[in-house]
Design a protein around this ligand. Sequence first.
Ligand code: NAG
Ligand code: NAG
Length: 373
Amino acid sequence: MYRATVLLVSLCITWQVALSVTDGLLPNGDFEYGPKPSEMKGTVVIAKNAIPNWEISGFIEYIKSGHKQGDMLLVVPDGAYAVRLGNEASIKQKVKVTQGEFYSLTFNVARTCAQEEKLNLSVSPNSEPRDWGILPMQTMYSSNGWDAYAWAFHADGPEVEISIHNPGVEEDAACGPLVDSVALKLLSNPKRARDNLLKNGNFEEGPYMFPNTDWGVLIPPHIEDDQCPLPGWIVDSLKAVKYIDREHFTVPEGKRAVELIAGKESAISQTVKTIINKIYVLTFYVGDTSNSCVGSMVVEVYAGKDRTQVPYESNGKGGFKRAKFVFKAVSNHTRITFLSSFYTMKSDNSGSLCGPVLDDVKLVRVRNPRRHL
Ligand SMILES: *[C@@H]1O[C@H](CO)[C@@H](O)[C@H](O)[C@H]1NC(C)=O
Ligand SMILES: *[C@@H]1O[C@H](CO)[C@@H](O)[C@H](O)[C@H]1NC(C)=O
């Protein structure tokens, strides 16, 4: 009897041990290891530590891919299982991190009910009070119902507890987002290249991307996440921008780029030190993702209050062109902002939003302005 208790206790301890992840899925981040039948009532998980590596609370369901809900078939992107966060539900996991570094979490989410759904992301310890992110899930951008979101945080201790929480309280306690594939990435702080005043201008540094999903990763706006998962940049708009990879989209340069998916509601910016009255040249690629995003697009670029528009005619097959914007600095600091003037929808009848791709943004000060004007 005594030995059995000891064994049980040590098993619980191993589940609680934090593991260190720098670039990839969290332990059991795809929820392939699930509860024992005795720890479930139908699909509802009834024990706090029933899902290995995770601690749960509230109304959590363990869902097998192919599970039917009304006339909806739930399909899981990674493996065969996912969790559904119902009323006041949360899933938590402790991970070892390097204190002082920035990390980004990436996870897949699908909405399962008609109403507004949101998730509350947080880590503890956290030196900033009230520093959590409420990510609304009401606008879905991918064609199959699943979207990936990124959320960044600063590690304020050698071990942090990551929490994903559905703050909703609905009449139907089960109503809430399905969550799958939770991954973590240590973000490096990219240095400015010698030929570029912008940091991470080619967007190569950013959140973890799942190799087996083709819907990119949404980077929420600053108001929802004050640490941007795209180092150097700020998403200073109401809606997210989409981070895309070469494996699944047309990317003009390198392996990553950004798609401006929500018209004027998704903007990305970076502020640089400038010298008043000097001339600067900003160059960048504008293109399309080769993902049935067809139409006349315009990328709007601001340097402080100076503005230009770059038209791009997309046939949805993945082209791009180089654009150039010359401006004179009128301040010690200039904010460079990119947004899409129009809303575009994919031509595949999915109703999902899409837009122009931005990549390889370079800013230089020129000594011989006449050559550029
Ligand atoms: C978000 O989660 C944190 C940590 O669990 C909690 O303190 C906070 O109250 C939550 N915020 C909302 C709006 O639910
Ligand atoms: C720009 O910098 C100079 C020198 O540091 C300073 O005197 C000036 O007030 C600054 N101007 C603005 C508009 O910030």
